[in-house]
Design a protein around this ligand. Structure first.
Ligand code: IVH
Length: 697
């Protein structure tokens, strides 16, 4: 056996684990991925050449091993406890816990120190290290006996296979294995593109991965880990006695120290952990975490309060299997099961048709939910949600409740769910908008069906009116949501043109509207008649035509008639306008209702200065698109301004439509793209030359 190989292997393992820790735990890699891969491959090669040197704690062994028949039982050296849940989810839960602790300690007036942690929503795992090497990982099971899931847990990169500076012969580390939200989304996205089954939620993803008999499958599901408990030298030979447990750990003194120690051993510990004092501190922590809950990249179902001092923990002891010194204070659950009574289809602001599940009302995320979005037809079909199904509903924070997935009754064979029963939006609506009866369409590459009714569709009217009156459109001050609602519901306004027919008595008669505000509103409506072509185009609320595009059209065509007469080819001659936008315009103008509204608006005096665009059309660089890249000695803003004065447009990315790329020093990918697309490239000197020539032209 070569001692050189042995030494190099040991060196590589240490290095790789250090980089692993920096990458997965500290999120602060110090070498590029390629460099890491090189070290990893070198180790793999050496281990292949010297199989006698291969050990289970080698980082190469994280990728899975043999497929198992089942999991062997593991008797926990120290039972894995459950934790009492505070039933009152309001601040009272924290106050009641603190009161109980003080009473049981016989110190009614003391201010107790607590370690506050997150309650992770994953799977509890106990890790056993002997002489610093991970030898076993087990699930909680019934608390006394769990299952040996060592192979799968080794695939979790955040869990060290070997501990840094561990002087304790036997160490058990406990914590939660979980799947982060970004990893969950990425995993499902990948599965979807491959046409494979997706995970319902991160919790199920974590549990399914840990309890997966084929470790190569487990390795593909990205899991993470948070440590929250540590036991030094547990003695499994005797009947377990809690008093002894505290003796063994006494030198650690506090839960805060335990978390510090876990961190220094290389385990991930949640940043949100806090040491606080008294009930007030607990309440503050609970409120803070409730607020940031939805911005955390992983799911939690509450917080955990632990009396910080281990001496006080020992004094408090246990009731049956639960410690008196810790409690879980939950948040309202974000996911619940319920039954789908019906599937409705709602019409949104731009005519988008959204399938919505009508649910058996259920308390979730702090409110009673009876509607949950199914997003669109494809999502509904993918999740295969049907009327009568039991589903999981999620409501996280202020996000609209959604159906996460179906819980299939295992007694019903999959085959019973026939393909014909699958959700079909077009069939359900007989091809018509449920509100206005106009035809519905789903364009290629689009996820959504849409009503083609436009301003004619009452469902779209309110949104269209609000958009029309908004600040960047015709800017009718005071035309808010409540008012628009009344105007539409009382059938006073059908289209934006009707706004210009409103009179004082009508307005003054509306709810919450006095003579004075009615007058102000009427004045604002009058003022809005004088506008610009760009604002008018934007105000029409044409799909895919935002403010910038509306400005481009106004500049290019100069008059509304020119724009209305343009076909798709001519529309696409406008810079930045592609087939999608062009198609949106022609579809909008093909609708007789829309033409009528435009005519009425003009008839009611809405006007703007026409031909404003022609000036631009005649400028020396009209229609030319420039991209500036690399370091230019001229100020970027100045370059842009001078180009725009000459009628050119400055864009951020290079495409086939780009006319010139101005490349300064150290130009990179944009310059390469320009060469690739055969776009004319100017250096700075040529560029300033061009500016000077055109400016004097
Ligand atoms: S401590 C003595 N801390 O909650 C207390 N548990 O019943 C032992 N859990 O499934 C547990 N986050 O996996 C503790 N910060 C945390 C926790 C936590 C989640 C889970 C644990 C177990 C349950 C406890």
């Amino acid at each position: 056996m070569s001692t050189a190989a042995k030494q190099r292997i040991a060196q590589l393992r240490t290095k790789i684990e250090q980089h692993n820790h920096r990458y997965y735990v500290l999120d602060d890699p110090s070498i590029p991925d390629a460099e890491f891969d090189k070290l990893f491959r070198e180790l793999q090669t050496l281990e292949a050449q010297h199989p006698e040197l291969l050990t289970a704690d080698s980082p190469t062994q994280r990728v899975g091993g043999k497929v198992l028949d089942g999991f062997a039982p593991v008797r926990h050296a120290v039972p894995m406890l459950s934790i009492r849940t505070e039933t009152d989810i309001s601040d009272q839960g924290a106050i009641a816990f603190d009161a109980r602790v003080r009473k049981e300690l016989g110190k009614p007036d003391a201010i107790i120190e607590y370690a506050c942690e997150l309650k992770f929503d994953g799977l509890a795992i106990s890790l056993r290290y002997e002489n610093g090497i991970l030898v076993q990982a087990a699930t909680r099971g019934d608390g006394e006996t769990g299952e040996d899931v060592t192979q799968n847990v080794r695939t979790i990169h955040q869990i060290p296979l070997r501990l840094k500076d561990c002087e304790v012969p036997v160490l058990e580390v406990r914590g939660e294995a979980y799947m982060s939200r970004p990893d969950f989304d990425r995993y499902n996205e990948g599965q979807r593109t491959r046409g494979l089954s997706t995970l319902v939620n991160p919790r199920n993803g974590a549990a399914g991965s840990i309890r997966q008999l084929d470790p190569t499958i487990a390795a593909q599901r990205p899991l993470s880990f948070f440590a929250y408990a540590l036991i030094e030298n547990p003695d499994p030979s005797k009947e377990f006695i809690w008093e002894k447990y505290f003796e063994g750990q006494a030198h650690l003194e506090s839960q805060g120290n335990i978390l510090q120690k876990l961190k220094s051993l290389g385990f991930p510990v949640a940043d949100e952990t806090r040491i606080v004092h008294g009930a007030e501190g607990l309440v503050g922590f609970h409120q803070h975490i409730a607020q940031i809950r939805n911005s955390l990249p992983f799911d939690i179902d509450g917080v955990v309060y632990k009396v910080n001092s281990l001496a006080l923990q020992a004094q408090l002891g246990f009731v049956s299997r639960e410690p008196r010194w810790a409690v879980a204070h939950k948040f309202p659950a974000e996911e619940q099961m319920t039954v789908v009574r019906d599937i409705d289809i709602q019409v949104g602001r731009t005519g988008k048709l959204t399938p919505v599940a009508k649910l058996e009302p259920v308390f979730v995320g702090g409110t009673t939910v009876s509607n949950a979005t199914l997003h669109n037809e494809d999502e509904t079909r993918r999740k295969d949600v049907r009327i009568g199904d039991t589903v999981i509903v999620r409501r996280a924070g202020d996000v609209i409740p959604e159906v996460v997935g179906v819980v299939l009754d295992p007694s019903i064979p999959q085959g019973e769910r026939k393909e014909e029963g699958r959700f079909d939006l077009f069939k359900r609506l007989h091809g018509k908008c449920p509100v206005c009866g106009s035809a519905i369409v789903r364009e290629e590459g689009e996820a959504n069906w849409r009503c083609t009714g436009g301003l004619f569709c009452p469902a779209q009217r309110k949104e269209a009116l609000l958009h029309f009156a908004s600040r960047r459109a015709l800017d009718i001050e005071g035309m808010g949501e409540k008012l628009v609602e009344q105007l539409v519901e009382q059938q006073l306004v059908h289209t934006p043109a009707d706004l210009y027919r409103l009179d004082l008595p009508t307005l003054a008669n509306l709810e919450r509207m006095g003579e004075k505000s009615a007058n102000n509103l009427l004045e604002a409506i009058t003022r809005s008649r004088q506008t610009t072509l760009a604002r008018f185009i934007y105000a029409l609320g044409i799909r895919n035509v935002g403010e910038a595009t509306a400005k481009d059209f106004a500049r290019h065509f100069g008059t509304l008639d020119n724009l209305m007469a343009a076909d798709e080819t001519r529309l696409q001659q406008v810079s930045d306008v592609g087939p999608v936008v062009a198609q949106s315009i022609t579809a909008f103008l093909a609708e007789p209702h829309n033409l009528e509204v435009i005519a009425q608006l003009r008839a009611s005096g809405v006007n703007w200065a026409e031909h404003e665009g022609e000036r631009v059309e005649m400028l020396p660089l009209s229609g030319k698109i420039f991209v500036l890249t690399g370091a230019l000695s001229m100020n970027r803003d100045e370059a842009k301004e001078r180009l725009e004065k000459l009628g050119a447009k400055v864009s951020g990315s290079v495409s086939k439509k780009t006319d010139y790329v101005v490349a300064g020093a150290e130009a990179g990918s944009k310059l390469a793209k320009a060469h690739e697309l055969n776009v004319t490239v100017l250096d700075e000197q040529q560029f300033t030359q061009l500016l000077k020539e055109q400016e004097s032209a």
